[in-house]
Design a protein around this ligand. Structure first.
Ligand code: GAR
Length: 198
């Protein structure tokens, strides 16, 4: 059984879908959920599902990313994860941290990478006049949002879309995509998958 740690910064809707998926014959189980924000709404949701949680407030380590990461690593490593899933974790990680989990850290990003790494992905897709948007799950490498893609979900951009309506359509597909990719990854299958909106 693979042990999965999940890092979040916010509401944690993707984390909830991941945790819910890891039951029965699934080859992995969630062992811990952590956040850089003690107020992150997802922490209570994880606890309610019976998953241990921790928070390391990044604001206490202003200007010292290595010290923040050292504090983050303590509870994380104690949980002995085989796989680390970033699920709406909004802090940039140093190459040192990334290398510790090389080949076993996944991230979900709300764009069809390599398009729109970084922030404001939905507004950027709208500004570019894209007909399609989506989300990607990829392996994390030191370069931001640039690691090998394990799966993508595509949705149409509709007339009258705002960044908010598009984000909501994409998020619904993120909730299908991330659990499917994680299950395959935990089985050792790194072949990329593509989902289209049903
Ligand atoms: C998701 O849309 C995820 O793709 C995005 O944050 C949201 C988190 O929602 N991640 C990033 O932007 C990473 N740079 P959630 O907390 O409800 O899962």
């Amino acid at each position: 059984m693979k042990r999965v740690a999940i890092l979040i910064s916010g509401g944690g809707s993707n984390m909830v879908k991941l945790v819910e998926s890891m039951t029965g014959d699934h080859p992995a189980r969630a062992v811990i959920v952590g956040s850089n924000d003690p107020q992150a709404g997802g922490l209570a949701k994880a606890a309610a599902m019976g998953v241990p949680t921790f928070a390391v407030d990044h604001r206490a380590y202003k200007g010292d990313r290595p010290a923040f990461e050292a504090a983050l690593l303590e509870p994380l490593l104690a949980a002995e994860p085989d796989i680390l899933c970033l699920a709406g974790f909004m802090r940039i990680l140093t190459p040192d941290f990334v290398q510790r989990f090389e080949g076993r850290m996944l991230n979900i990003h709300p764009s069809l990478l390599p398009k729109y790494p970084g922030l404001h992905t939905h507004q950027r897709a709208l500004d570019a006049g894209d007909a399609e948007a989506g989300a990607s799950v990829h392996l994390v490498t030191p370069e931001l949002d640039a690691g090998p893609i394990l799966g993508q979900a595509r949705v149409p951009v509709l007339p009258g879309d705002s960044a908010e309506t598009l984000a909501a359509r994409v998020l619904t597909q993120e909730h299908r995509l991330y659990p499917q990719v994680l299950r395959r990854f935990a089985q050792g299958d790194l072949t990329p998958i593509t989902l289209t909106a049903a």
